[in-house]
Design a protein around this ligand. Sequence first.
Ligand SMILES: *[C@@H]1O[C@H](CO)[C@@H](O)[C@H](O)[C@H]1NC(C)=O
Length: 553
Amino acid sequence: MSMFSTGVLVLTSPLHILPLRIAPVLSSAAQLVERTLYVHFHPGLNLGGGTQPRPVFIQPVVDLSTVISRLYSNAADVCGHLDVRVLLTNIRAHPTTVPNCPFPAPQPLLHSPDVVLTDFAVQDPGQSLQVKQWLQKYTGHCYACGPSLPSVLLQPQLTRLQQEEDGQSRLEGKAEPLQTYSDVVVGGTFDRLHGAHKTLLSISCLLANRRFLIGVCDDAMLKKKVLNELIEPYSVRVQRLREFLHDIKPVLEVEIVPLDDPFGPSITDPLLQCIVVSEETKKGGEAVNKKRIQNGLPALVLHEIQLLKDVHHTETEEEKISSSSLRSRLLGTLISPPKDSSHLPPLPYVIGLAGGSGSGKSSIAHQLEALGALRIDCDILGHEVYQPGAAAYHRVLEEFGTDLLNENKTINRRALGRKVFGNKERLKALTDIVWPEIALLTRSRIHSAMEEGKQVCVVDAAVLLEAGWTDFVHEVWVTIIPEEEAVSRITERDGVTTEDALRRLQSQWPNAKQVEHANVVLSTLWEPEITRKQVLKAWNLLQKRIQQKEEGR
Ligand SMILES: *[C@@H]1O[C@H](CO)[C@@H](O)[C@H](O)[C@H]1NC(C)=O
């Protein structure tokens, strides 16, 4: 069990041996800290010596950028959801030209640390107390921490291989300085900031001495991306970037601009010196330089970083850590916490399943049924409310006229459809009559499910969100599919024209708007087997939530 929310980890191992040690150190830290782990480098810091150590500047060296990429990559593997951030305040290319000392006052961090950790190896157990005190004082000089911070000496168990490699790499240590620049630029989407973003940003911060310019794709540029509905809004992405950069290098002048095209100010800003790219965006960097030369500006230095392979990739994901694979990993998980449902009986736990035409909603509802949920099909209930004798029957005839009647006194729904089609007011008059009736029937089904002792109900309702039926469900799940795919599925399935399919989709809430209200998002875009796995994942996670809720009562 984690005991602390935020920690600072002071790494004292020499840089050239750190890459081999990081994974075990991080995994011991992750057992103690659960939200944010700040990492501070001070290679060679002696916490066991005769005098109290002070923070000093460190030169940016090539080894440091290697260690940073390795660290973020390992963090993704061993730290789960822990937000790891490498602090770079004490790393500067020209410390003597900077008038202030590095830590004029302790730097405030987004989350105030409540524990300080180190990899410093204590030789003699009797030394521990002094090492801990000095560690606290040292950290207090650098960062604004809570009073009397507890400190922990991590003693990671190195494998024999690691120890041997330690010994070898000790001989190979070199401190090749890293070329730095006054103004550095990068571009990207920066959706749900992850290890690859952090590596890119941190290395850019190492390279930049004065200004860091970031172009962030705005919403218009993202329309074509896979699962773009799950991309965070521009303002949220910018906020996360600012918070991160303010933590890791507050002295830097950070400028964030929206990108409407792939270039933005990178091709017009005369002060820029360096652009940071990955293997994947290298071509983009070269294109920037072409345009700069056309614009009469000097070309930028292309600094290429290695993005590390992701060990968790699955068949729907590309092999590197990319935002789109992270987005597909979000499918089936809780993306926003369920709203307060204390007004509802705790069981059955009710899932409202929404989704546009052709999104595969019904197929997912059936899969959930097979896993043990009671499925309530609101389409069928919708037919029931028009039956002679049902409450909506007379009100519909009153509102729309008895010429709608078939010979056998049932309502001709095709004719009714023609009366309301394309007419917002008439459509509202109709839904004002039938939606509350369908809601009543649904609630009574849920009530019977409770009496039968059912754990989970799935309310399969295309109009769940439009009709405002969210107040009798515990969670909203939404199925999404790109519009083009939906159109081709609808035309194939229902034999209608593309125009009709589009019109039908346009009369419904767009995916992005549905996702805003969703607690869980699912997509049937890939093979049936992948959908099945996604649904199973969603179901298993749901069981855990229900169990936790039961235990909490
Ligand atoms: C009533 O008539 C309509 C149209 O002729 C038909 O589609 C429907 O099945 C009939 N319903 C019953 C209950 O007989």
